[in-house]
Design a protein around this ligand. Sequence first.
Ligand code: 5GP
Length: 184
Amino acid sequence: MSLLDDVEKTLISQVAIEERIAQLGAEMNAVYTDNDLPLLVCILRGAFIFMADLTRHLAFRHEVDFMVISSYGKGTTSTGVVRILLDLAANIEGRHVVIVEDIVDTGHTLSYILRNFKARNPASLRVATLLSKPSRREIEVPVDFVGFEVPNEFVIGYGLDFVEQYRNLPFIGVLKPEVYQSQV
Ligand code: 5GP
């Protein structure tokens, strides 16, 4: 059985993602200049493909850094309890920072990251997320650059996983119900 046999449907095609990320890059190019020298922080592991594509559409000088976050709880819901498994290499005090996320769902993870980063006194702090599920929001979080709003379904692909798999699918999709059920 191939990975694709587990997919029920495609929500966002590879071409649509590529086009939208180019637009997000243009939006960010209108905000930042070389002088700002922003630091883009990729929240791993889900945002690794988004970050790699986004950074190549940015015309201003910038640096990249990475943070590994783990939400407690396996399966398809996050508990809102967040652990930092690997912290930034950079000191962000006085720097312009852009958090690059895969998806904002309830908002708990991003809310935690924002609080944590604000305590380090950056010059500015913005958020870029590939996906947002507004209908699931439990905490209001400011998001500056949003790729797509998605319905209340558990999505995979383009960096997003289910049980650490399916990240390599080049589109955003939904798995067949029996695949989710077999793991919970
Ligand atoms: P939140 O704290 O906003 O509820 O959840 C954020 C994190 O939960 C995301 O960074 C992601 O790791 C995970 N998550 C939330 N919704 C989805 C989804 O539909 N698919 C996948 N693969 N992960 C999700």
